[in-house]
Design a protein around this ligand. Structure first.
Ligand SMILES: Cc1ncc(C[n+]2csc(CCOP(=O)(O)OP(=O)(O)O)c2C)c(N)n1
Length: 358
């Protein structure tokens, strides 16, 4: 028997868990000042996230999906995408959305069940958060196909979870993207768990990155808690796609430090020791340690950043709380261009019930 094909999956890490440089830093990271914007967005994402969880706990927000511990992935994505690119993501990538101009108020409206939370005023071509698992993956392929047909130098970036890679939508989309060499970058936020299902009960494959290879797409792994590594590999993938060199799959290895959503209790299926051990890999603390050791950050800067960003979060929350609710029929009117007959009666019922509760 002879070998007819060989494949490799590369792994990138720039800062190890002790914030020490591994190998050569990419050029943008030579000046630590260039890393401060990444640190700011990661910190804002975490402050926003903490506030959103407390709003839910006090009955002021619906079910919410936290991004605690996974901020580096979305922040790196947000920092390298161009305004004209299109983000199609699941529900944990607030860092990318905030960086692209989705407001915190819009995100809160979304989780508060308000349709206006999906009509982003400042990046209208990005897709709303996708809660159905993996449905955004074929959508991203459709978007990238349109970009290619129109010969636009734009890229679709699709973010999905590890569990989403078990779905048929994922495999079908990867196959089409590879076949047509579409300008799309897939990012797997591999946080180890699909609610209570650990990755080992999800697949027998050694890496998720290698799932790209069968589609003729390069697949690679990155330390998902190392924002420098993520930024450099994302930039490489996006630039390649923009040059017409086809799609790429990046598997970012991270960990969910929180419950799956505020409707979950992860202590029922996960050992506390596992979670505690993972806190040592916290992406925000890692970058802060690096910046501090490089002389680019100190306690005073940290305090003033926390004060500034906390105020931004509080203002966004107030705006959300001050937004008058939509009429109940908005859930029909925002979904349909023209209402099919079946939900017409439901719409009327919703209006009548709304009046009786007014
Ligand atoms: C099509 C579909 N099936 C089931 C669900 C219920 N569900 C919500 S999140 C989730 C797990 C997703 O896990 P993963 O893709 O790893 O993303 P994570 O939440 O861990 O970021 C499931 C099964 C859903 N939202 N959509």
């Amino acid at each position: 028997m002879s070998k007819v094909a060989y494949f490799e999956v590369h792994y990138t890490q720039c800062l190890n868990e002790n914030a020490e440089v591994i190998g050569v830093l990419p050029s943008f990271a030579h000046d630590p000042q260039n890393l401060i914007p990444l640190y700011r967005t990661m910190t804002l994402t975490r402050l926003f996230d903490k506030k959103a969880v407390s709003l839910q706990r006090t009955g002021q927000l619906g079910t919410y999906a936290s991004s605690l511990g996974q901020e580096a992935i979305s922040v790196a994505i947000g920092h390298v995408m161009s305004a004209d690119d299109v983000l199609l993501t699941t529900y944990r990538e607030y860092g990318a959305q905030l960086q692209r101009g989705v407001t915190m108020t819009e995100l809160l409206l979304y989780w508060g069940g308000d349709e206006r939370g999906m009509a982003y005023q400042d990046c209208r071509h990005d897709f709303p958060i996708s809660v159905p698992v993996a449905s955004q993956v074929p959508h991203a392929v459709g978007v990238a196909y349109a970009m290619k047909l129109r010969r636009e130098p734009r890229v679709a970036v699709c973010v999905l979870g590890d569990g989403a890679t078990s779905k048929g939508d994922f495999y079908e989309a990867m196959n089409a993207a590879g076949l047509w060499r579409l300008p799309v970058v897939f990012v797997i936020n591999n946080n180890g768990w699909a609610i209570s299902v650990p990755l080992a009960a999800q697949t027998r494959t050694q890496t998720l990155a290698q799932k790209a290879i069968a589609a003729g797409i390069p697949g690679e792994q990155v330390d998902g808690n190392d924002v420098i590594a993520l930024r450099t590999r994302m930039e490489n993938a996006i630039e390649k796609a923009r040059r017409g060199e086809g799609p790429c799959l990046i598997e970012a290895l991270t960990y969910r430090l929180c419950d799956h959503t505020t409707a979950d209790d992860a202590s029922r299926y996960r050992e506390q020791a596992e979670v505690e051990a993972r806190w040592r890999l916290d992406p925000i603390q890692r970058l802060r340690t690096y910046l501090t050791q490089a002389g680019a950050w100190d306690e005073e800067q940290e305090q003033s950043l926390q004060t500034e960003l906390t105020q931004q979060v509080e203002e966004a929350v107030q705006k959300y709380l001050d937004t008058p609710p939509q009429p109940p029929e908005s859930m029909f009117d925002d979904l349909y261009e023209s209402l099919p007959s079946a939900p017409r009666e439901q719409r009327q019922t919703a209006i009548a019930r709304g009046k009786s509760h007014a």
